[in-house]
Design a binder for this molecule. Structure first.
Ligand SMILES: C[S@@+](CC[C@H](N)C(=O)[O-])C[C@H]1O[C@@H](n2cnc3c(N)ncnc32)[C@H](O)[C@@H]1O
Length: 247
């Protein structure tokens, strides 16, 4: 794939295109950042003084994150679109899973989860629904965590995953950021985004970390995210996050 993209860029003279150069640099910069989604989730889980329950929406290969999570119980949901063998506990979409929870269809599941990690279909509409559903089954002092909230360029934030002939190449954060920003405006929640691993967003009903977003971006223009990223996402560095004791 990488060779194909390199040949493609060469054939169109894009290797020298400023957007392609910047896009690649931004991807490399993101990958070099310290910490990752797993560290953020494990730090949040370690703050509970009781055995915890963890749910992951969109798991793909469990070795990448799920198996490294430290929690008393762990459950995963995935329709299995990206792996030959689907290793998720619940082999269905997030909508089907949450509907099943509402209907009391699943046996022996905790009624509430302490951390719910949303990393399934990265479109704003789906993530928005996943957040709303997750909040219904989140413990009062729990956290909703979202991957891919901080796309470094608008190419990374494209709607279509399949289009890889862009300066972001195969990297894709989708439009998750729009759903995160929408919920950052909700006055009943606290939120921040850890600046690592493409942006790890955190929402909480309880932990007073992070102000409500006042800034309006009615049409979710990427440009406004780009110019006021810190404020829009309430971005904090991984090091700052790890030092927090008040979470
Ligand atoms: C980015 S991967 C997940 C990576 C994993 N969470 C990790 O941290 O390594 C996205 C996964 O979401 C799954 N997915 C796609 N649509 C989904 C949906 N509607 N509900 C739940 N999962 C979905 C895909 O099958 C894929 O395995």
């Amino acid at each position: 794939m990488i060779k194909y993209l390199k040949d493609f860029k060469k054939s169109l003279g894009l290797a020298k295109d400023v957007f392609f150069i910047q896009g690649e640099e931004k991807s490399k910069e993101e990958i070099r950042k310290s910490g990752c989604r797993t560290d953020v989730i494990n730090k949040l889980l370690s703050g509970f003084d009781r055995p915890t329950h963890y749910l992951e929406v969109g798991v793909r290969d469990p070795r990448d994150n799920f198996l490294k999570i430290e929690s008393k119980t762990k459950y995963s949901v995935d329709p299995g679109l990206e792996m030959e063998e689907n290793l998720a506990d619940f082999k269905c979409t997030s909508d089907e899973f949450f509907e099943g929870m509402n209907q009391g269809q699943w046996q022996n599941l905790p009624a509430k989860f302490d951390v719910i990690f949303i990393d399934g279909l990265h479109t704003a509409e789906q993530v928005d629904r996943d957040i709303a559903n997750a909040l219904e089954v989140l413990s009062e002092d729990g956290f909703v965590v979202l991957h891919d909230c901080n796309p470094p360029t608008q190419w990374h934030a494209r709607e279509e995953f399949g289009f890889q002939r862009s300066p972001a190449g195969a990297h894709w954060n989708g439009t998750t950021w729009k759903a995160f920003v929408k919920w950052r405006k909700n006055k009943t929640l606290f939120s921040f985004c850890v600046d690592t691993d493409w942006g790890v967003g955190v929402l909480s009903k309880h932990s007073q970390m992070g102000k409500v977003l006042e800034l309006e971006n009615e049409f979710y223009e990427y440009q406004l995210l780009e110019t006021r990223r810190q404020e829009v996402l309430n971005l904090i560095s991984f090091e700052e996050f790890i030092q927090q004791t008040a979470i």
